[in-house]
Design a protein around this ligand. Structure first.
Ligand code: FUC
Length: 826
């Protein structure tokens, strides 16, 4: 099926007129039929300047989006929308988080296991490229990669107004409502949009200050594989329906079915639907109820072995819009805001000393100011932090899919890197803010994904490595792909071990032993079982004889120079592997103690840890060595700082506990430099925080906001990739609070303002979470702690530290400890 066809269709969006070579006519939205791209043109001429919308954490602009990366995101965890805010021509691009190409398959390479001993021998004999060649031939998944996450479709409409004044469009982060406002011919027009998790619809409402002034034509579109048509059972709805064309090896169709629906309810005027057009004439107000659905079986079903679903996406859409349309608009909106604020309102952040002349600028100009001055204003940092929380609330809800490389927002049929779940940094980074920013429940889709990967991961472990436990390589999809993908960089069997850090952290923050026993520990144990089978003893003549190392091993995705001047990527015992393994086995041992279980397994973990090759410092450079051999990197400023996993998100390298390693980590960061892709910067900001150097952290945050942030505040790899948003959100929180230091009695030290930058001298944060089950409010001024209020959810010991002083309290569940700037009780 191809995209919807229009009668009298003109095939170009822009077409040159016969009168002048350069003049172009822009067609009204519903007549456009060229390929869908990121670009958008609104025919309206906008004059004058709109005024700043009310509210503090608001993204706002004085012109519609000309490109997708300027549009404003809405999401309810499952449905996503990008609102362009066009006046004459509006585009709302739609996503549904389960719309993945592909199907479950067995991608494991049967040749891998036989080749593994030879690959290992070659690597131990420093014949790195011979190993790369053999592994590339024998170990790669079949197919060698995953299929993409795709856009659901597009809602386009054109209105009669082609001029506007006082134009603004905005996203209010405290209500999750996008508002477009303008005046045309003396009439004030307002459009409000939100994505309701309560009602499973995106609601768009158009109003005008005079009766019967809204007339428009609307259609649903998709680049491929779908048709737009009237609803069979609703005279005011359009449906976009399709099926992905993928077939299995036997030729059976395996693609998901999907649908989107828009229903219009007008006040005054009338709504008609013909072919692929929905027409509203002379309405005073109109509300669109938009939804989408697929027959994806869901992560929980896939985990249970149920790989197909009989769900009818058209019926699902119909039910959702009809149910929503029965409710008054104000009721839908109030329910949406209440649901959203249940999460959002848990944390407030207010930096003082915010310069009003800059903080009142439209967001794109505020960003431009950050770029020109090299330093973001504090209001932008505050907004960026809350935007990160907004994005997680909008793209990761319990029971749904985890946030992918683009959260859930993608306009393409083949987004960059398939908008997949990259497990060698990116999907984990998405969840760094979840606990500290008081959104712990939103972490659960990542655990659901991990659960779903266990069975296929066990199959991969067995087929490719002859190992027990579960393994995930450097990426996965919605269908449980766990084999090596893409190329040699995909032979990185550490994904499960890293993923297993997350449920452990969830336990540390919540103290939920039931969760630890039922969900976290099984994931951790299975990941550790794979690791313990995979590790091998390094032979004499290698860099670490007698020690346990990974082999093959890859420091994502870096290349080094061999002594003979050639380049390679494969090695044994890359430092990141050792750090991830140290993290995992340490946590497994702690979990066994908490749960009083598995003494033998615990002993095995301990024995493995004792024999694991250590992190080493290069005698030549004083930096943390990235590989077992002290190779030079091809790209000294490479974006991955993998060998500092132990600094962040691990906790093996600490300023207080391992000062030599911390100093070497600092040298490593200095050598890697203060630039990078969006996510790379976000990672390094967190690392500088852990080195307690808030000023250096802020320097990199300034680079991120000044150079790697798109006008809509989306992170720019480039291209758009959401991990940098989430990574930097966690980093802003960790400037103010850290709690990773675990004492022998199981309590965690709460460090107040551990990496406060001079650029943020005063402010109040309320509601950050700390390990051990604490909720923390902090006020500071002139760069110094003024007071802190720490509420204990679970009771227990509370060590608090500030400025090298530590005081320990004993708390009862529900109790709030109030402290002054010297940590004395108030
Ligand atoms: C990793 C990174 C790339 C990109 C991709 C999605 O492979 O090295 O920069 O972010 O993930």
């Amino acid at each position: 099926m191809k995209q919807c066809a229009f009668p009298l269709l003109l095939s170009l969006l822009f077409f040159k007129t016969g009168f002048s070579q350069n003049a172009t006519i822009i067609l009204p939205a519903v007549q456009r039929s060229s390929n869908i791209t990121a670009d958008w043109a609104d025919r309206a001429v906008i004059t004058g300047t709109g005024t700043r919308p009310a509210g503090e954490n608001v993204l706002w602009y004085r012109q519609p989006a000309k490109v997708w990366e300027e549009a404003l995101p809405l999401g309810n965890g499952r449905l996503g929308a990008m609102v362009f805010g066009g006046v004459a021509d509006e585009r709302i691009q739609l996503n549904e988080s389960t719309l993945w190409d592909g199907y479950p398959l067995n991608p494991n390479n049967p040749d891998a296991l036989k080749a593994l001993p030879e690959v290992r021998r070659l690597l131990f004999e420093n014949k790195n490229n011979e190993a790369v060649e053999l592994a590339s031939k024998t170990m790669m998944g079949k197919p060698i990669g995953v299929r993409p996450y795709q856009s659901l479709g597009e809602l386009w409409f054109d209105e009669t107004n082609v001029t506007a004044t006082k134009y603004t469009r905005s996203l209010n982060l405290s209500t999750a409502v996008v508002t477009v406002k303008y005046t045309s011919d003396g009439i004030d027009y307002t459009r409000e949009s939100f994505a309701s998790a309560v009602d499973g619809v995106i609601v768009v409402r158009l109003t005008a200050s005079q009766a019967n002034k809204i007339s428009l034509r609307l259609t649903l579109k998709r680049q491929q594989d779908a048709m737009c048509m009237p609803s069979a059972n609703d005279a005011s709805s359009l449906i976009l329906h399709g099926r992905l064309p993928v077939k299995d090896d036997a030729g059976n169709p395996r693609g998901l079915s999907f649908a989107a629906q828009v229903k219009a309810v007008a006040e005054g005027g009338k709504v008609t639907v013909t072919d692929s057009l929905l027409i509203v004439d002379n309405a005073t107000a109109v509300t669109f109820y938009v939804t989408g659905a697929t027959n994806y079986p869901g992560l929980k079903n896939l985990t249970a072995g149920i790989t197909t679903s009989n769900a009818d996406p058209i019926k699902l859409c119909n039910d959702a819009v009809n149910k929503a349309a029965l409710k008054p608009y104000e009721q839908l909106k109030a329910a949406h805001i209440a649901d959203y604020q249940f999460y959002y309102n848990r944390v407030t952040l207010a930096f003082a000393n915010v310069p009003e002349n800059i903080s009142s600028l439209p967001t794109d100009e505020q960003l431009q100011h950050a770029k020109l001055t090299g330093e973001p204003d504090a209001a932008l940092v505050q907004k960026y932090f809350q935007f990160g929380r907004y994005l997680l609330i909008s793209s990761s809800r319990p029971g749904g899919m985890p946030a992918n490389l683009q959260g859930l927002w993608a306009w393409q049929m083949d987004p960059p890197w398939n908008a997949d779940f990259h497990t060698n940094i990116n999907v984990q980074m998405n969840y760094w803010p979840a606990e500290i920013a008081n959104l712990g429940e939103l972490h659960t889709p990542l655990f659901d994904l991990s659960d779903e990967l266990v069975k296929p991961g066990e199959q991969t472990a067995k087929t490719e490595y002859g190992a027990k436990g579960w393994v995930v390589h450097h990426l996965t999809d919605a269908w449980g792909f766990t084999a090596p993908a893409d190329g040699p960089q995909g032979i990185w069997p550490m994904g499960a071990a890293w993923l297993a850090q997350h449920p452990w952290e969830h336990y540390c923050y919540t103290g939920d032993k039931q969760f630890l026993a039922k969900r976290a520990y099984p994931l951790m144990k299975g990941a550790a079982q794979f690791i313990m089978d995979f590790l091998v003893v390094a032979p004499e003549g290698s860099a670490c004889p007698g020690k346990l190392v990974t082999n093959p091993s890859y420091s994502p995705e870096n290349t080094f120079i061999l002594p003979d001047g050639t380049q390679s990527v494969f090695t044994y015992g890359a430092t990141m592997d050792l750090e991830i393994i140290h993290d995992l086995l340490t946590h497994c041992i702690l979990a066994c103690d908490v749960l009083k279980t598995d003494a033998d397994f615990k002993a095995q973990c301990q024995k493995t840890l004792d024999q694991l090759a250590p992190i080493r410092i290069s005698p030549a450079t004083g930096r943390i060595m990235e590989w077992a051999e002290d190779y030079k990197e091809v790209e000294p400023h490479h974006r991955h700082t993998s060998h500092l996993f132990g600094l962040f998100p691990g906790n093996q390298i600490t300023v207080a506990g391992t000062p030599e390693l911390a100093a070497a980590a600092q040298k490593t960061l200095e050598a890697r430099g203060d630039d990078g892709t969006g996510w790379s910067l976000a990672w390094k900001i967190n690392m500088w925080n852990r080195l307690q150097d808030g000023n250096h952290a802020y320097k990199l945050l300034s680079v991120l906001l000044g150079t790697k942030t798109l006008p809509n505040l989306f992170d720019n790899h480039p291209p758009f990739q959401i991990d940098g948003n989430f990574g930097a959100t966690a980093a802003i929180a960790e400037m103010l609070l850290q709690s990773q230091q675990r004492l022998d009695d199981g309590s965690f030290v709460l460090q107040l303002l551990p990496a406060l930058p001079a650029a943020l001298p005063a402010g109040i944060v309320k509601g950050l979470c700390a390990r051990g089950g604490f909720v923390v409010n902090i006020e500071w001024k002139d760069g110094k702690l003024v007071r802190a209020e720490i509420t204990s959810k679970l009771g227990g010991k509370l060590p608090v530290s500030y400025n090298s002083k530590t005081v320990t309290f004993t708390t009862k569940a529900g109790e709030t400890i109030k402290l002054d700037g010297t940590l004395a009780r108030m």
